[in-house]
Ligand binder design. Structure first.
Ligand code: SF4
Ligand code: SF4
Length: 381
């Protein structure tokens, strides 16, 4: 940890968590991570329980449930501890609901406590909930949304109803942010027409809320899946009022609605990759399983704006490149199309916008940091 960071941690130790200004809070979130924030400041957060309980409605569209799986894998605190400390009532989460009601021959079998459709409608009416959306929303066929129907209602309609009374909307994972895997180029993509909540690929004019005529800001937590810290800390910051929606969003989000603290515009995964020394020495692996830099195996980390290299995954144990897999830039708008072909070197772009072999043979150091940013800009052009 750098001296600056150590000083910040020391400063944070003497700060009343609830009085911490938002800027310092977001810095702390970025540096300390979920376990420290929700662990070190446990007593202060517990006193936050005097605040009203916060309800979360977590909807699932077209997806693999990998982001729910990811948040369930949060280690310290785990999801239950986090929800308790933040006084959250996870009022609806389809895969975690113990039981859900069914209709039989047009008649309700269960009471509202057990019937998910009625429960949802009751929650919409009560309002004052944070809406978390996981998964994309099909608009097809022909704008009907009928490629995803749950309880005789299209998911498109469900999203519209849920979004109207939400105090904040958080899109979790690449699918909810931009359409993700479901929105990848294919022969049927035009017909299925999967959308993200606020975007379709990198196009903000084609998000599903816009299609529904709903003008509300959306916080995007991309990734395939999203990191549990990114989800818990963003939702936690909203609950504790450290991010006020919508007033603070222009300052804390980047141009694609991602919290800058986790997806820094001027920082890429490449900069803190554990294999970075190999890159700097030009030791580029050409076969999987070696210790070297994975650029020639298609690593897209120089284009991925995320803190994976610092935060790491699975309880900070490892991350994609550390485990031997090239980064596929799963946090970028338009993923996966923007990262295809996944495991092929991007020779036309290179890391510095020039031939990788030339770059790797010089002492890059800080120059490559700048170079990575330039490369990203070039990709977007
Ligand atoms: S190109 Fe990929 S594997 Fe190589 S140093 Fe950068 S992030 Fe690590
Ligand atoms: S290292 Fe790359 S592929 Fe892996 S989670 Fe981070 S951004 Fe996604």
């Amino acid at each position: 940890m750098s001296t600056g960071m150590k000083n910040l941690v020391r400063t944070l130790d003497s700060v009343d968590f609830l009085k911490m200004d938002r800027r310092t809070f977001m810095k702390a979130v970025g540096i300390l991570g979920a376990s420290t924030i929700l662990g070190t400041y446990k007593s202060e957060i517990v006193s936050a329980l005097e605040f009203a309980e916060t309800k979360i409605i977590w909807l699932h569209g077209s997806e693999c449930t990998g982001c729910s799986e990811s948040v369930l894998n949060a280690g310290n605190p785990d999801i239950v501890q986090a929800l308790q400390k933040l006084n959250v009532n996870l009022a609806f989460h389809e895969t975690l609901c113990a039981q859900q009601g069914i209709w039989n021959d047009g008649k309700l079998v269960n009471t509202s406590e057990l019937n998910s459709e009625i429960l949802l409608e009751e929650l919409y009416k009560e309002g004052k909930y944070i809406l978390v959306v996981e998964g994309s929303i099909p608009n097809g066929p022909d704008g009907s949304g009928r490629y995803l129907v749950i309880g005789n209602k299209t998911f498109k309609e469900t999203l519209g109803e849920a979004a109207k009374n939400a105090v904040a909307i958080v899109a979790v994972g690449a699918c909810a942010c931009w359409g993700g895997i479901t929105n990848a180029a294919s022969d049927v993509a035009k017909d299925t027409d999967y959308r993200g909540v606020a975007y379709s690929k990198a196009d903000v004019t084609k998000g599903m809320l816009k299609e529904l005529g709903i003008d509300k800001p959306v916080i995007n937590i991309p990734g395939c899946p999203a990191h549990p810290d990114w989800i818990l800390l963003t939702v936690g910051a909203v609950i504790l009022g450290k991010i006020k929606v919508p007033d603070d969003l222009p300052a804390v989000l980047d141009e694609y609605g991602r919290p800058k603290v986790f997806f820094p515009p001027d920082h890429t995964v490449h900069e803190n990759c554990p294999r970075r020394g190999y890159y700097d020495r030009g030791e580029l692996d050409t076969e999987v399983g070696g210790p070297g830099c994975l650029w020639k195996l298609g690593c897209k980390a120089p284009y991925a704006h995320a803190d994976c290299g610092i935060r790491r995954w699975n309880g900070s144990v490892s991350m994609c490149t550390q485990a031997g897999g090239p980064c596929i830039a799963c946090v970028e708008p338009g993923f996966p199309d923007t990262s295809m072909p996944l495991y092929v070197e991007r020779e036309d772009v290179g890391i510095a916008g020039t031939n990788i072999d030339t770059v790797a043979k010089v002492a890059v150091g800080a120059a490559a940091v700048v170079a990575g940013v330039h490369a990203v800009r070039r990709m977007k052009e």
